[in-house]
Design a protein around this ligand. Structure first.
Ligand SMILES: Cc1cc2nc3c(=O)[nH]c(=O)nc-3n(C[C@H](O)[C@H](O)[C@H](O)COP(=O)(O)OP(=O)(O)OC[C@H]3O[C@@H](n4cnc5c(N)ncnc54)[C@H](O)[C@@H]3O)c2cc1C
Length: 393
C-alpha cells in the first residue's frame, strides 16, 4: 500500500492549493479527483480575484484585507491568468448605495489594500459615459470606477495543479474517494479508479470536496464531527452581446442585490443569484426564474438589450456556495472559510468548507499550518507566493 504524507480529496481550487502547498513544504501528496480538475464549483464562479467590496458592508474587514493581499500576489505570480479590470458602479436617482457611501467604501478598500496602484478609484466624467457599452443614462447621477481582477477559474485551478505536479505531487483522476478509516498513525483511504479498488495511507486526509465535503466526511470511520453548513446556489448566464469597457457592478432592479455584468470570451456573462439549495450537489443547474432575474438586470441597465429572452442565452451554469448554516439571507452571511478537524493538535482529517477562489493560496497555507504537527518536518522545496503560475499545457 502506497504511503503519503497528505492525501487530498477534490480537484477544485482548494484541493489544488493544498496539493501545491504540501509539496512546496517538502511533503509527499496525492490528489484524488472524481471527474476533472475544476469540474465542480471552481469552474462555475464569477471568476473574480477580488477583495470583495460588498463584504465591507457586513464588516468582514479581515477577509477583505486578506483577499486584497491575495489579489496583489495573483497579479504578480499569475500575470498570464489574472487581469486587472475597471469596474463601474452606476448610481441612479433610485440606487440604494449613494456616491458618498461608495466612495467611503472604496476608500476603506484602498486602505485595506495598502493604497497600492490597483486600489485607485474615482468618478467617470460625464463626457465619457458614452463609452460605457450603452449603459442607461436616464436618471444617471454618477459612475464610480475602481479596479478588481478577473480570471478563468478552471484555467487557474489547472495551473496550480500543474505547478504542484512539477514539484512531484501525484494525481489520481478520474478516481473516486470511497471511504477512510482513522488509525493511530493517520488514515487509510479507499478509492476507486476505473474498475480497480485501491488503498493508500496518509498522515493526514484533507477533504476539499467543496459542496460534496459533507458526503466525504460521512464516509470516515469512526465518525467525525461535520460543521453545519447550507448550500446556496448561484447561477450565471452568457448572452451574445459584447461588454468591453469593463465589469459593471449593478443593483438588481428586483431586490437590490449586487449583480455583475462582465465581458466573457467575446460575450457577456451576468451573475449571480442566491437560491437556497437542498438537493444533491451533482444536480445543481440554473432555474428558469434565476435566468429571468439575470436577464432583467441586463434589460434594465442596457436599453439596447430590451429584446433579450432566455432563448438568447448561449451558456448557463450554476455552482454551490458552502456557507455556515444560519437563518440570515445568504447575501449577509460570513464568507470566511470553515476548517474542521477530527482532533487538535495532530489532526488526521481536515475539512475545508466554503471559502473563495481568491483566497485559495492563503487557505492552503492555513491548512498546512494546522496539519503541520501531524507531519514530519521536511526541507522546503518552494514558496507558494513565488511560484509563477502558467496556463497548463
Ligand atoms: C456562484 C458562485 C460564484 C462565485 N464567485 C466567486 C468569485 O468571483 N471570486 C471568488 O473568489 N470566489 C467565488 N466563489 C467561491 C469559489 O468559487 C469557491 O469557494 C471555490 O471554487 C470552491 O472550491 P473548492 O475546491 O472548495 O470546491 P469545488 O471546486 O467544488 O471542488 C470540489 C471537487 O471535489 C470533487 N469531489 C467531490 N466528491 C469527490 C469524491 N468522492 N472523490 C473525488 N473527488 C470528489 C468534485 O468533483 C470537485 O471537483 C463563487 C462561488 C459560487 C458558488
Amino acid at each position: 500500500m502506497k504511503e503519503y504524507d497528505v492525501v487530498i480529496v477534490g480537484g477544485g481550487i482548494h484541493g489544488a492549493g493544498v496539493l501545491q502547498a504540501a509539496v512546496a513544504a517538502g511533503h509527499s501528496a496525492l490528489l484524488i479527483e472524481r471527474f476533472g480538475l475544476a469540474s465542480g464549483t471552481s469552474s462555475r464562479s464569477s471568476k473574480l480575484i477580488h477583495g470583495g467590496l460588498r463584504y465591507l458592508e457586513s464588516g468582514q474587514f479581515a477577509l477583505v484585507r486578506e483577499s486584497l493581499r491575495e489579489r496583489a500576489i495573483h497579479l504578480r505570480i499569475a500575470a498570464e491568468l489574472v487581469e486587472l479590470k475597471p469596474f463601474f458602479i452606476p448610481v441612479y436617482r433610485d440606487t440604494r448605495r449613494r456616491p458618498w457611501q461608495l466612495k467611503l467604501g472604496l476608500w476603506m478598500y484602498a486602505l485595506l489594500g495598502g493604497f497600492d496602484a490597483a486600489t485607485r478609484f474615482g468618478a467617470v466624467p460625464q463626457r465619457e459615459w458614452a463609452s460605457l457599452d450603452g449603459l442607461k443614462t436616464q436618471g444617471l447621477e454618477a459612475v464610480i470606477r475602481y479596479h478588481d481582477a478577473q480570471t478563468d477559474d478552471a484555467v487557474l485551478t489547472r495551473a496550480v495543479v500543474q505547478s504542484a505536479l512539477s514539484l512531484g505531487a501525484e494525481l489520481a483522476m478520474p478516481a473516486t474517494f470511497i471511504r477512510a478509516t482513522l488509525t493511530d498513525a493517520g488514515v487509510r483511504i479507499g478509492y476507486g479508479q476505473g474498475d480497480a479498488k485501491l488503498e493508500c495511507s496518509a498522515r493526514v486526509l484533507v477533504n476539499a470536496a467543496g459542496p460534496w465535503a459533507s458526503h466525504v466526511a460521512q464516509a470516515i470511520t469512526p465518525p467525525i464531527s461535520i460543521p453545519a453548513v447550507d448550500l446556496v446556489q448561484g447561477a450565471h448566464i452568457v448572452v451574445p452581446f459584447a461588454v468591453t469597457a469593463g465589469i459593471y457592478y449593478v443593483e438588481s432592479p428586483d431586490d437590490g442585490r449586487a449583480v455583475f455584468v462582465m465581458p466573457w470570451q467575446g460575450a457577456t456573462m451576468i451573475g449571480t443569484t442566491e437560491t437556497p439549495y437542498r438537493g444533491e450537489p451533482d444536480r445543481v443547474h440554473p432555474l428558469p426564474e434565476e435566468e429571468e432575474y439575470l436577464l432583467a438586470v441586463a434589460r434594465h441597465y442596457f436599453p439596447a438589450l430590451q429584446h433579450l429572452t432566455r432563448e438568447h442565452i448561449t451558456q448557463r451554469f450554476a455552482g454551490l456556495r458552502v456557507l455556515p448554516a444560519a437563518s440570515q439571507v445568504a447575501f449577509d452571511r460570513s464568507r470566511e472559510t470553515i476548517y474542521s478537524t477530527d482532533r487538535d493538535p495532530n489532526p488526521r482529517v481536515l475539512g475545508i468548507y466554503g471559502g473563495k477562489l481568491t483566497g485559495w493560496r492563503a487557505a492552503a497555507a492555513h491548512v498546512l499550518r494546522r496539519i503541520g504537527p501531524s507531519l514530519a518536518a521536511k526541507p522546503r522545496r518552494a514558496a507558494t507566493d513565488q511560484m509563477i503560475l502558467r496556463r497548463a499545457t
